[in-house]
Design a binder for this molecule. Structure first.
Ligand SMILES: Nc1ncnc2c1ncn2[C@@H]1O[C@H](COP(=O)(O)OP(=O)(O)O)[C@@H](O)[C@H]1O
Ligand SMILES: Cc1cn([C@H]2C[C@H](O)[C@@H](COP(=O)(O)OP(=O)(O)O)O2)c(=O)[nH]c1=O
Length: 198
């Protein structure tokens, strides 16, 4: 089974991905917990180009290509081998992040993103959890976490609001696989919502 967690920065998806992985392992399942951009040595190298790229280093189109290149490597080296071995793969972000961040929030590149996805990636998770949290709360959590402020997170509240809308829209666009999870409340409350939706 292939599961992804999505949402705006600081919504709690990394925490929930880890909690679900721990819960499934406790039930005896073999779980690979991974993340994007990254999740394989080559993709982690591309991540450094993206996340540490200063200011407006890349055009929006180039950024799409780099995220897609990283995803292709992640798919070849980590995701497909694990799925082929019968393991459960839980990824913190996948193609929906490119759809929302590059495809919608940073100009209308959605057709470009979709064509790249069809050519180079092709698969979707069996289940996607969008952790839905209002951007002010999420930004507060992110700031409290500290230390890893990057250029994506520093784009501010208006941008985060467009992203939150984009992530909510995924549930309507892909109703068979995307579940919107209320991200408010304690870690255990959110985790229980995820389990109920799995
Ligand atoms: N339900 C929650 N309530 C309060 N704090 C939370 C909750 N979920 C996550 N956090 C905290 O918020 C911060 C961001 O969470 P994280 O899981 O890293 O988010 P993301 O991966 O979406 O950026 C972390 O410091 C985390 O401990
Ligand atoms: C996977 C992916 C991530 N991103 C962005 C989202 C994040 O702001 C940034 C780095 O991801 P990440 O380190 O997961 O940040 P966070 O913990 O805040 O979710 O990369 C895209 O813009 N497009 C993509 O396709």
């Amino acid at each position: 089974m292939f599961i992804s967690f999505e949402g705006i920065d600081g919504c709690g998806k990394s925490t929930q991905a880890r909690m679900l992985a721990e819960a499934l392992r406790a039930e005896g399942r073999q779980v690979v917990l991974t993340r994007e951009p990254g999740g394989s040595p080559g993709a982690e190298e591309i991540r450094r180009l993206l996340v540490e790229g200063a200011g407006e280093r890349w055009s929006a189109e180039t950024e799409c290509l780099l995220f897609t290149a990283a995803r292709r490597d992640h798919l070849e080296r980590t995701i497909r081998p694990a799925l082929a071995a019968g393991q459960t793969v839980i990824t913190d972000r996948f193609a929906d992040s490119t759809r929302v961040y590059q495809g919608a929030a940073r100009g209308d590149l959605r057709a470009f993103v979709n064509r790249l996805h069809d050519m180079a990636i092709g698969i979707e998770p069996d289940r996607t959890f969008v952790i839905d949290l209002d951007p002010e709360t999420a930004l507060g959590r992110g700031n409290a976490r500290g230390g890893d402020e990057d250029r994506f997170e520093s784009l501010g509240l208006g941008f985060q609001m467009r992203l939150a809308q984009g992530f909510r829209g995924l549930a309507e666009e892909f109703p068979a696989r995307v579940r919107l999870i209320d991200g408010t409340g304690s870690l255990d409350q959110v985790a229980a919502r995820v389990r109920a939706a799995l």
